[in-house]
Design a protein around this ligand. Structure first.
Ligand SMILES: N[C@@H](CCC(=O)N[C@@H](CS)C(=O)NCC(=O)O)C(=O)O
Length: 214
């Protein structure tokens, strides 16, 4: 059995962070498919008892441990592998600062916005969509400005903060109705730099469940 198992599904940018990290660090890992859409698996009592009491994916299983929250998973994997690891307290805190900002403001809105546009039933009120889009429009320039100064979020080298940021940024623009890189050239250039790292793969190639079965 591979060393790591990742509970995940292809449409999830939260899961993509962990899957991408495993691939970039060259880990021996396998996905465990979470039937989020059809089976509503994350909401079942069994999932909440046996996999994650928070009812979320991703979950990383390793040596009897089960870890959730992509930021925690990234930190754990970076510490074990030494890859994409922020060095010293200052960098560690800086990475955490960007991971939290990303989780809350960047991918934290991109993910639900894309979910509402593509899969929510009933389709949400357009005012809700507009409010989410406004939050996205406010946070992407913050990231773009940062990446105008640095090749990666913390400087010249990629860290787990960049792996976190990758979350939803490679999914097809038509799923959002816009391309997050189009008006943000520094984000678009960063996307290409991340894509050039050995082991990079698109989320739809890396995780199971794409395309969605009707
Ligand atoms: N902050 C969490 C977010 C995880 C998350 O919201 N995952 C979604 C899938 S993309 C989920 O499992 N949602 C289930 C639910 O909220 O009911 C992380 O980064 O791991």
């Amino acid at each position: 059995m591979p060393e790591y198992q990742l509970y995940c599904f292809a449409q999830s940018g939260n899961c993509y962070r962990a899957a991408l990290m495993l691939n970039l660090m060259g880990a021996d890992w396998e996905p465990v498919f979470v039937d989020f859409f059809k089976g509503g698996e994350t909401r079942t009592p069994q999932y909440r008892t046996e996999v994650n009491e928070m009812g979320e994916a991703p979950v990383l299983a390793h040596g009897g441990k089960k870890l959730s929250q992509s930021g925690v998973i990234l930190t754990y994997l970076a510490k074990r592998s030494g890859k994409f690891l922020p060095l010293g307290e200052e960098e560690e805190l800086e990475a955490l600062r960007w991971i939290i900002y990303d989780n809350q403001k960047v991918n934290g809105f991109l993910g639900p916005y894309r979910f509402m546009r593509n899969w929510a039933k009933p389709m949400p009120d357009p005012a809700v969509l507009a409010a989410f889009k406004a939050r996205i429009d406010a946070s992407l320039p913050v990231i773009n400005k940062r990446l105008e100064k640095n090749a990666f979020l913390l400087g010249a080298k990629p860290t787990i903060a960049d792996v976190s940021l990758a979350g939803y940024l490679y999914y097809p623009p038509e799923e959002f109705g816009f391309d997050p890189g189009a008006d943000h050239p520094a984000i678009a250039a960063w996307r290409e730099r991340m894509k050039a790292l050995p082991g990079w793969k698109h989320p739809y190639e890396l995780m199971p469940g794409y395309p969605l079965q009707a």
